[in-house]
Design a protein around this ligand. Structure first.
Ligand SMILES: NC(=O)c1ccc[n+]([C@@H]2O[C@H](COP(=O)([O-])OP(=O)(O)OC[C@H]3O[C@@H](n4cnc5c(N)ncnc54)[C@H](O)[C@@H]3O)[C@@H](O)[C@H]2O)c1
Length: 388
């Protein structure tokens, strides 16, 4: 195969961006051959861009069975990601799912099983993994240069959203339609990077506030505490209700520290491991000598386009996959644990089988209210899915 034929399910905010990238040939060796949406107006918009060069479907199963595509991009509301993913793998297709991989981990176990059996490629749109700053932080942490990890603190409050955003779709910010708020919609990126760089926690206690800054039933503010198998701790703070917001990631280890904020990465390397120094030094207050380097990152990497290119190159040329779909369950486990911990007002251990979260979620879905004041809208998304 020297060209990968893509179909997209869901031509809303995000699917429209993928359509533009593919149709305008920004991804070498990839071609858009089919699109699918339930809504006539979205199909009409797609047709106004792509004309007769692609096939149009209302029923995604027809598109999967059409023989016109080798890979499908799933850009529908989250609950459908694993449902369509399972059907696509069963149809023998490669799958690139939007984040999050789904809403609850139990369903993802099933998806991963079907994906493995299919032997096809499973990718996830964790576009922030293309950011060179996060890649550098991961390299420093994973190479052991920071020593034994102590703490990882992420304040990510720059996901500001207005009520118009929440009113732009009936599914948004409801338990039945979306299955959560800032954790399931905006933060999959940071929860993924948190674990990609620092590893998986084994305990979470979180405090979520529901509809604190918006007329919504799901969480729009979260403060979470995490513990790791080596004794390290973490704090994760997020909201869609604070302006201006902060995006600051700070990682401390026994040999140094990383701080990333406003595009600048500060790396402080200690001249010796503090665990040694702490007991060897006879001086009560003297700090360890250190050297600090600052790197300014001029850009955030290729983001969505970078993942599209990597997914295509992986299938056509065997390039290592930057964001495997199988990684999606990690951030989702953390996200589910944060909500569960709030509902139970107790810490939650990881890994767990997801049953308890599923039970609580079913109760929330039963009481989920249909939204009023919906003004359906597809936004011009250029640049708006990035946090600074
Ligand atoms: N990676 C990112 O940076 C990023 C940014 C925005 C959104 N997303 C993700 O993309 C997904 C979609 O978000 P959005 O903002 O584009 O939503 P949206 O509501 O704007 O678009 C969803 C589209 O899916 C269509 N759809 C729903 N059910 C369908 C079905 N059964 N068959 C065919 N089409 C169907 C809807 O008609 C709609 O046009 C979400 O999961 C979201 O998390 C990712």
């Amino acid at each position: 195969m020297d060209q990968l034929r893509f179909g997209i399910v869901g031509i809303g905010n995000m699917g429209s961006g993928h359509l533009n990238d593919l149709y305008h040939k920004k991804v070498p060796n990839a071609v858009l051959t089919a699109v699918c949406d339930l809504k006539d107006d979205r199909l009409a918009w797609a047709k106004s861009v792509c004309g007769d060069e692609v096939a149009y479907y209302k029923d995604y199963k027809e598109m999967l069975a059409s023989g016109k595509i080798d890979a499908v991009i799933i850009a529908t509301p989250h609950y459908l990601h694993p449902v369509i993913g399972i059907d696509a793998f069963r149809a023998g297709l490669n799958v690139l799912s939007e984040k999050p991989v789904g809403v609850y981990t139990k369903k993802i176990e099933e998806l991963m099983q079907v994906a493995r059996e299919s032997g096809k490629t499973f990718g996830l749109m964790f576009n922030q993994r293309t950011n060179p700053a996060y890649q550098k932080m991961r390299e420093i942490v994973q190479s052991g240069q920071l020593g034994a990890l102590k703490r990882c603190v992420w304040i990510i409050t720059s996901w500001y959203r207005t009520q118009a955003y929440y009113n732009s779709g009936g599914w948004r910010a409801t338990w039945a339609g979306e299955g959560g708020g800032v954790l399931i919609n905006q933060c999959p990126h940071q929860l993924d990077l948190w674990q990609w760089i620092f590893g998986m926690p084994n305990k979470i206690q979180a405090f979520c506030s529901f509809g604190k800054y918006h007329d919504i039933e799901v969480e729009d503010e979260v403060t979470a505490y995490a513990e790791y198998p080596n004794g390290a701790t973490g704090v994760f703070i997020t909201t869609t209700g604070e302006c201006p917001g902060t995006n600051r990631l700070e990682i401390s280890g026994s040999k140094g520290k990383l701080v990333f904020e406003n595009g600048k990465l500060k790396y402080t390397a200690l001249s010796m491991d503090d665990r040694e120094y702490c007991y060897a030094s006879q001086n009560a207050f003297k700090q360890i000598e250190c050297k600090t380097e600052e790197t300014v990152f001029e850009n955030d990497g290729e983001q969505h386009l970078g993942i599209l290119k990597n997914f295509t190159n992986h299938i056509l040329n065997g390039e290592p996959l930057l964001a495997p779909g199988y990684d999606g369950i990690k951030e989702l486990s953390i996200s589910n644990a944060m909500l569960l911990s709030t509902w139970k007002n107790a810490p939650v251990s990881l890994p767990n089988d997801g049953s308890e979260f599923w039970d609580y979620l079913q109760e929330k879905i039963k009481t989920s209210r249909a939204k009023e004041n919906i003004a359906e809208k597809v936004f011009d998304t250029a640049g708006s899915y990035m946090t600074k």
